[in-house]
Design a protein around this ligand. Structure first.
Ligand code: MLT
Length: 406
């Protein structure tokens, strides 16, 4: 008898975006003429920057020639990409991160899900509510939580409520935790954490020998100059933080797949004997055992954004989506809906009208306006009464969606 991992049965229903896709497919099959506009899952719609396409074509040609062909790549990713990331995203901003602290992957979702494996099952986790579901669901699957309670929270998890009252900035818990998931710019609320808030988190983590898992997948969308783009801008973060980043939203790689994890050399965790073990070594061990690297072709495509031309093309892409964000924010304001985010992030987090439940609002928008968004409750109980729209649609659909909503 093959027994299953019982932890999977603690999870209610489907993964959030699978559930939405299922509901939308059902509606479409019952209403074949409905012209559905999808502003639900944060999936990009614009083509890859030309520099990435050209670099990948060149890499494909290299693969067709025995003299330039590549098989398995270096374990942490190719140095050409790691060095450019360290230079453009860190050193040029005065942040102390080196290429040997960067691990290339096939995207941030996998990294967010896998990183918990290098920590003890006894680790107490703290997550925001609402939250990107991957952080929580993967900890449930691993057995780091108890069962789901009637209030929608799992036993054994420290939830950090984020709402309009606290500016969507989670408060420091008044108990000890070992792992803290932070995401800024935030998915789903589209808001950011201030330098002061991040300093408080770093200070807490150091006092508690905790590790911050900092998801900065949307860092490229920050427009305000005083908002930190990396946890490593914060003093002391090298001793207590891991950063996760992605090319998905920065350069349209949702289908192409490339991301990376930054683990400082001096960051350690304790083993049960109390010895300090470098987390970087554990992650390398995990990746070399379970992962064989990101395609050479894709890494060459990612590298291409780190040139003057590449940066210009990426900015153009991001400006396109941020103009959509502005259209959504202004459209919602016109119909007197309160909304947050959309200034430093491609997500707009709105309060549902008349305190409607977020799934009811989802159904209303789908059936009456044929517009798909994401119900806030899908991100956690504190998301109830909120709804997320993404700025990743094309311009025409974004304008049309706002017309229909109003
Ligand atoms: C989202 O819609 O929240 C994102 O697309 C999810 C992801 O990046 O995996």
């Amino acid at each position: 008898m093959a027994f299953i991992n019982d932890n999977y049965q603690k999870l209610p229903g489907n993964y959030l975006f699978s559930e939405i896709a299922k509901r939308v497919a059902k509606f479409q099959s019952e209403n074949p003429n409905a012209k559905i506009i999808r502003l639900g899952i944060g999936d990009v719609t614009q083509p890859l920057p030309q520099v990435c396409v050209d670099a990948m074509k060149k890499a494909v040609d290299e693969m067709s020639n025995a003299a330039t062909f590549r098989g398995y790549g270096p374990e942490q990713g190719y140095a050409f990409l790691r060095e450019k990331i360290a230079d453009y995203n860190y050193k040029r901003r005065g942040i102390d991160i080196n290429a040997d602290e960067i691990f290339i992957s096939d995207g941030s979702k996998c990294d967010c899900g896998n990183i918990q494996e290098i920590f003890s099952l006894n680790s107490k986790i703290a997550i925001a509510d609402p939250v990107y579901p991957v952080y929580l669901d993967t900890n449930v699957m691993a057995g780091r939580t108890g069962s789901l309670k009637a209030d929608g929270h799992f036993e054994g998890v420290v939830y950090l409520p984020c709402n309009a009252e606290n500016n969507f900035s989670p408060s420091i818990p008044n108990e000890h935790v070992d792992l803290i998931y932070l995401c800024s710019p935030n998915n789903p609320t589209g808001t950011t954490l201030s330098r002061e808030a991040l300093q408080n988190w770093v200070d807490y983590a150091k006092d508690n020998n905790a590790v911050i898992l900092y998801d900065a997948a949307y860092a490229a969308y920050i427009t305000e100059t005083d908002v930190p783009r990396s946890i490593f801008e914060i003093s002391g973060a090298r001793d207590c933080a891991i950063e996760l980043r992605s090319f998905s939203k920065t350069a349209g790689f949702t289908g192409t797949r490339c991301g990376y994890v930054v683990i400082p050399n001096e960051l350690t965790g304790s083993n049960s004997a109390g010895d300090k073990i470098p987390l970087k070594n554990l992650w390398l061990r995990r990746q070399t055992t379970k992962f064989n690297g990101t395609a050479y072709i894709v890494q060459r495509g990612a590298e291409a954004i780190y040139s003057e031309e590449g940066q210009a093309q990426v900015h153009e892409l991001i400006n396109y989506y941020m103009e959509n964000a502005k259209i959504i924010r202004e459209g919602l304001k016109k119909v007197n809906l309160t909304a947050y985010g959309g200034v430093n992030a491609p997500y707009i987090w709105l309060q549902t009208p008349d305190k409607m439940s977020s799934w009811n609002f989802f159904d209303k928008l789908l059936t009456e306006a044929n517009v798909v968004g994401t119900p806030g409750a899908g991100f956690g109980p504190c998301g109830e009464g909120y709804f997320r729209l993404t700025a990743f649609g094309n311009r025409e659909n974004t304008i049309e969606a706002m017309n229909r909503i109003s």
